[in-house]
Design a protein around this ligand. Structure first.
Ligand SMILES: [Zn+2]
Length: 238
């Protein structure tokens, strides 16, 4: 597996992003060449992002959505990397030319296409989960599509979390995210069981994850499926 999948797909692994940033959003138009068809284009590469907080699903709050991801104007490949290994290039070339992908590229945003591309080369489950998660932010005004993306993200996240090798420093945050996706999908029993299980673990005691679990259990009790920001936790404690 090419390490770029991990780099592009890496999840924001801590909830420290709830703290607002003073830096402004900085995007600079950069030239980019499609590794599949050679078409040249440009896109606004984001170097920093102003944010006012974070949501329980890790979405940074602020005027901007997820970082722009360039899509080739000619073949519609998502250019997450300009230098691809030959083997991956061949798989992508075939898939991108397919009727299926070309149809998807007309209807779906960049992170959804990225997830589909990663699936083709059997990318890491956590990277695919992350792409679907970001796609859910891109389609928030369409409940049905948003739900589809959340469902796919949870599917891959659960697949990732099941392996003992994933019990690392990201594990608590990814577990909290999986519970959040369950709640958003209205799977309240599953979500409650997960958060109850997590609440008994040392990683979820005496820190922000403990507060998140407490807040999540309140939301689950209220059968609340809506997105919520982390700063709402303080208000709910008052
Ligand atoms: Zn292209």
């Amino acid at each position: 597996m090419n390490t770029i999948f991990r780099c592009v797909g890496i999840l924001v692994i801590c909830f420290a992003l709830q703290i607002p940033t003073a830096s402004a959003t900085l995007e600079i138009e950069v030239d980019i060449t499609c590794p599949l068809c050679g078409a040249e284009s440009s896109y606004p590469k984001r170097f920093s992002q102003f944010r006012t907080g974070m949501r329980l699903d890790l979405k940074p709050l602020g005027p901007k959505g997820p970082p722009p991801l360039p899509v080739c104007p000619s073949c519609h490949f998502v250019i997450y990397e300009e230098n691809l290994p030959e083997a991956e290039k061949q798989i992508f070339s075939k898939y991108v030319r397919s009727e299926d992908y070309q149809r998807l590229s007309k209807d779906w945003p960049s992170y959804y296409l990225l997830a589909k591309l990663f699936e083709q080369v059997k990318g890491e489950d956590v990277s695919i989960a992350n792409a679907y998660l970001k796609a859910s932010w891109q389609v928030e005004d369409d409940p049905e599509r948003c739900r589809h993306c959340l469902h796919k993200s949870l599917e891959y996240l659960d697949r990732y979390l099941i392996y003992p090798g994933t019990y690392n420093e990201e594990w608590p945050t990814l577990q909290a995210l999986a519970g959040e996706l369950e709640r958003r999908l209205g799977e309240f029993v599953r979500a409650k069981n997960r958060f109850m299980m997590l609440s008994r673990m040392p990683q979820f005691q005496g820190n922000i994850l403990e507060e998140i679990v407490r807040f999540q259990l309140k939301l689950i009790e209220a059968k609340d499926k809506e997105p919520h920001a982390l700063f709402e936790m303080e208000q709910s404690d008052k």
